[in-house]
Design a protein. Structure first.
Lengths: 345, 345
DNA sequence: CCGCGTAATGTTTGCGTAAACATTGCCGGC
DNA sequence: GCCGGCAATGTTTACGCAAACATTACGCGG
């Protein structure tokens, strides 16, 4: 259907420029520019000619020149530690889709490690990067020390942080999610609820733990000692082994689904039946959660919404060249499956 | 320590350019350029002055101008359907890290849907994108119809495809992985092995299924009818319900870990014990697999290596402006856990 | 039928950088 | 002591695009 075979295209050492198109179409390069950018004031017949010439030569605007001229790159940078967590990868995916719809590309800036060095490296690179705005998916305090290296004028939106007083923050409503989880367990009749938290550096983890503690205190229930995990199923498993040994423990709220998975295995191995002997609630609602044994009751996060709101916020800021501190919370929803039940009398 | 507070930076409507630095340092802008690019021929004292001026003004090279001048963007595009699968997100992460080390940024190009329309949209965007090369993580035949829109001169490397005759292909050694899985089950004494495959469009899925069939045939074993899944645990669950009803079925090889998870749940619900009654092997070795009930025997993929090799390949091609057809396979390794055992006599 | 207004198109210019070429100044060999 | 040569630095130019300004041409009212 088309005239050339796919791969063995020889690069014409220098690309096709507007001048080439203009020459072929017999117009000035400015007219080509007008057609290319969709500006008005080009009569139909001329436009046709130009489009034909573009097609024939395989013209493609040079985005570097365009960016240089316009002073904007139409690109958003996304910084994060890892794509390995469901939350991050799903959020990034949503960001990428919505940015694409708006005509923006996204550039990934992975930070090797949460150390000062890793951060510095990443932000030095970032500083030289061609981005109009940045979405930071991490505790932003880590950023403070290195902010000076952000590209001049680049706007920042943050996920997983409490810096709503200084940045635009978009996040899942962690506290409400945790509240729903704990309330659900208490409503089922459990005396209290144990908690398995995420790594210390995560704001989401901390927020979930705070909310858990608050509800229990509010309800006048004893607050068991918190267990510390690192988001991994493995860490959930280890915590579960300990918890399984405590006959008092009839309900556990894990700060994410993967740790809940580890919990389920530990309880299974120790002969504590879920949900008969122990109830387990997770957080995230990863697709797999419905296939755990038993299917996991968990707090659903709307990562797509988080991504969409992030993009909208950065774009707004880029367009107005303003910073809009404030926090937008995305609601959560408890999904009740088979891992929770009333305690045995 | 630094002189300014993080967020409320007013964008100096026009950035600091080499000319500004040159003026302050009392040199020509070309000398600034030389310092900035690390070229030789600038004497120590001059260099110091320039660096000081840069620092004072907060100079940052304008990457658009640089790209325009040099004719390269130092950016690699990555096309994929979704980040939701472990394989994709892990591969992308590895790609991003290695590219960063080489001074290249990564631009994500998500393709909404595997339809002609979705592809066209993505590649039209891609065509205008500022990239020197592209890594395509999908069956590349989908690409053929639209290849003409790739940026001129951009080099392509492909994952999950058999187009090694036309493109550089980097992939996990799917066939060998499947072979190890099936061999393991046969060696344990199972008469034959059932297979749960991934979606039809995936080359990886197809390759695993082909290898499975080949080994069985080679060993003179009956080849059970293949079950079709879509990578999701849910689809594994449905397949599992059917398989559980067949008392002949004592060993299943699932094309990925998530479907294996669904299998485990189905067998559990139907009272078929794993591994006593049925053995299950997965593929991927996602971190959670070790915490399934029971811990899953699976084929470990080295996504980091895939990502690294992709980056090396594109960079090589970008630098030499050549296409190097050929396939590089990354070895796999069977990780034996608790979901496999000899069949009951 | 002249002149003015407006729509269509052309020309000039500059964005920030870095290659290519030009200039300066200093050192050493004869 | 003069000049060749080279190292350090300066000047010019072009990369491709698009805004700003300039020009053409055509139509219509007076």
């Amino acid at each position: 259907m088309t005239q050339q075979k796919p791969p063995p295209r020889q690069r014409p050492k220098r690309g096709v420029s507007m001048a080439d198109v203009a020459r072929l179409a017999g117009v000035s390069s400015q007219t080509v520019s007008r057609v290319s950018t969709g500006h008005p004031g080009v009569v139909g017949s001329t436009r046709e000619q130009v489009l034909a010439a573009m097609k024939q030569l395989g013209y493609r605007p040079n985005s570097a020149a365009r960016a240089l001229k316009r002073g904007e790159f139409r690109t958003i940078g996304v910084t994060l530690f890892t794509l390995a967590t469901t939350g991050n990868s799903r959020t990034v995916e949503a960001i990428a889709s919505h940015a694409a719809e708006e005509g923006y590309a996204i550039t990934l800036i992975p930070v090797a490690s949460p150390t000062q060095d890793g951060l510095l490296g990443a932000f030095t690179r970032l500083g030289e990067l061609a981005v109009d705005g940045v979405i930071v998916i991490m505790e932003v305090h880590l950023l403070d020390a290195v902010t000076v290296t952000l590209p001049p004028g680049a706007q920042v939106v943050v996920v997983d942080s409490d810096a709503g007083d200084r940045y635009t923050v978009v996040d899942t409503d962690q506290a409400d999610g945790a509240r729903q989880a704990v309330r659900h367990l208490l409503d089922l009749g459990h005396r209290t609820v144990w908690h398995l938290t995420g790594p210390a550096g995560s704001f989401a983890s901390q927020r979930r733990a705070d909310a858990w503690r608050a509800i229990l205190t509010e309800a006048g229930r004893p607050v068991p000692e918190v267990r510390h995990g690192d988001w991994s199923a493995e860490s959930g498993y280890h915590a579960g082994l300990e918890l399984a040994a405590d006959p008092e423990c009839t309900a556990v709220f894990a700060a994410n689904d993967q740790m809940a998975l580890g919990l389920l295995r530990a309880f299974h191995e120790r002969g504590r039946r879920v949900p008969d002997d122990v109830s387990v609630v997770g957080f995230d609602d990863i697709p797999d959660a419905a296939s755990f044994i038993p299917p996991l009751t968990t707090v659903h996060q709307d990562f797509a919404a988080v991504g969409r709101l992030c993009v909208q916020a950065v774009l707004r800021q880029i367009r107005h060249q303003t910073t809009e501190p404030g926090t937008t919370l995305v609601p959560t929803r408890l999904v009740v499956r088979a891992s929770t039940a009333p305690p045995r009398p």
